[in-house]
Design a protein around this ligand. Structure first.
Ligand code: HSE
Length: 442
């Protein structure tokens, strides 16, 4: 049986998971691919780091170049993380014509185009299933399964930490800070949680999915990002009363073509990350705890849903094993570009400015409980041609300011921002308005 020799950089949680999965399922992989996988070297930060999975010392080195430069290593697995040295590692492997398997979403988000170009120039390829939504094969679905579809919209719950926090806030009526502290204690959230809770990890993943879905590389700076720090128990509760659940979503939506070249691919694409009200009747509302899910609408296939664990040792190892099989078979068949890392197919593709993007909105105002307040707010919305679909002023909220909740019909973000600026200046409005977008997912 032909042998494929692997070199891995990173001996942490995911690296340990890949090592373990190769031990337990290497024979299965061999029987399915007709190839024997031999993990020859693993570059680690230090031999004596604490590890959940023990790695034999004879495999370890602290020199990543010894992995990349080893002439016997056919495929390099990059699991180091980060965007600095990891970029050097991946570029060095590609320049030697070696395929790279990576889980590094931050690296792809920041340097994807450079890495893909380098891969092409050196007859190599990059396999990155593990970079988005862990064990869910969404990259393969978009690049291969849906190759005959135009992707109309894609909504992803792609950050397990945020989904865990929001699920607990909803189930227990708990506050963000307390749940975050718990999540950190349980090891779900990092000690420095910003990458997750401020939406940047979701931004990396949503940008990769948007690029694959629409065939132009989405620069991270073009993605509007809002995290979940400002989601309150109050809004969770009111959203629940209205029949919605709040989820942090990666949103990728093709906007209708307007004034662009005839015969072209048409409208720009909304690419954004924000917390949104999702109707409880939609299956995404039931995705709870640290699970991920991606809902994709294709013009031929219709609605599809992918669900599973988005992070962690074993789900990520599962994605790496899938990529290793593809990389090894492509090497065997001398077809490194059988499925190119990224195929541009929309020359005119562009990310739509958020101001032009349209959605419904949930609005919570803190207002004086006086006659005429609702009329003044409604007058500003009416003057901006923004329609109200429902109003709720729950009783039992005494004091100087009471909550006034409105569900707003479709409007552009620009129109809403302008109207909210005016509403904020009304003397009867006692605090900055809370606005959360509503995604009906239909
Ligand atoms: N921290 C991420 C999450 C996993 O919570 O989903 C790695 O991208």
């Amino acid at each position: 049986m032909q042998q494929v020799t692997l070199g891995m950089i990173g001996g942490g949680t995911v690296g340990g998971g890949v090592y373990q999965a190769l031990q337990s399922n290497g024979a299965l992989l061999a029987s399915r691919t007709g190839l024997r996988f031999k993990l020859k070297r693993i570059a680690v930060k230090a031999f004596d780091e604490p590890r959940k999975v023990e790695i034999p010392e004879r495999l370890m080195t602290t020199d990543w170049r010894a992995v990349v430069d080893d002439p016997e290593v056919d495929i390099v697995i990059e699991l180091a993380g980060g965007t600095g040295v990891a970029r050097q590692m991946v570029l060095a492997a590609l320049r030697r014509g070696k395929p790279v398997v990576t889980a590094n979403k931050a690296l792809l988000s920041a340097h994807g185009q450079e890495l893909f170009r380098t891969a092409r120039e050196h007859g190599a390829n990059i396999y990155y299933e593990a970079s988005v939504a862990g064990g869910i094969p969404i990259i393969k679905a978009l690049r291969e399964g849906f190759i005959g579809n135009r992707i109309l919209s894609l909504y992803g719950i792609v950050n397990g930490t945020c989904n865990y926090i929001l699920s607990r806030m909803q189930a227990e009526g708990a506050a963000f800070d307390g749940v975050l502290a718990d999540a950190q204690r349980l090891g779900y959230a990092e000690a420095e949680p910003s990458l997750d809770v401020d939406g940047f990890d979701s931004m990396h993943k949503t940008g990769i999915l948007a690029s694959l879905a629409h065939g132009f590389w989405v620069e991270p700076e073009k993605i509007h990002v809002e995290g979940i720090r400002n989601i309150s128990q109050l809004d969770m509760g009111f959203a629940g009363q209205l029949g919605y659940t709040i989820k942090l979503l990666g949103v990728v939506k093709k906007l209708p073509a307007r004034g662009r070249r005839k015969g072209g691919n048409g409208g720009a694409v909304q690419v954004a990350v924000y917390p949104a009200l999702v109707p409880n009747r939609h299956v995404l509302a039931s995705v709870s705890d640290s699970f991920n899910a991606v809902f994709v609408q294709g013009d031929v296939v219709g609605d599809t849903l992918f669900y599973g664990r988005g992070a962690g040792q074993d789900p990520t190892a599962s994605a790496v094993l899938g990529d290793l099989a593809d990389a090894a078979l492509d090497l065997k068949h001398q077809a490194p570009d059988r499925v190119p890392a990224f195929v541009p197919h929309d020359d005119e593709g562009a990310v739509a400015p958020l101001a032009d993007c349209i959605s419904r909105y949930y609005l919570r105002l803190s207002v004086s409980d006086k006659p005429g307040v609702l009329a003044r707010v409604a007058a500003i919305l009416a003057a901006s041609k923004i329609g109200i679909s429902s109003v709720m002023q729950p009783e039992g909220h005494g004091g100087e300011a009471i909550p006034l909740i409105m569900m707003i019909h479709d409007a552009t973000n620009a129109a809403m921002a302008k109207a909210l600026g005016q509403i904020r200046r009304l003397p009867v409005v006692k605090a900055p308005p809370v606005m959360i977008r509503v995604e009906d997912l239909d």
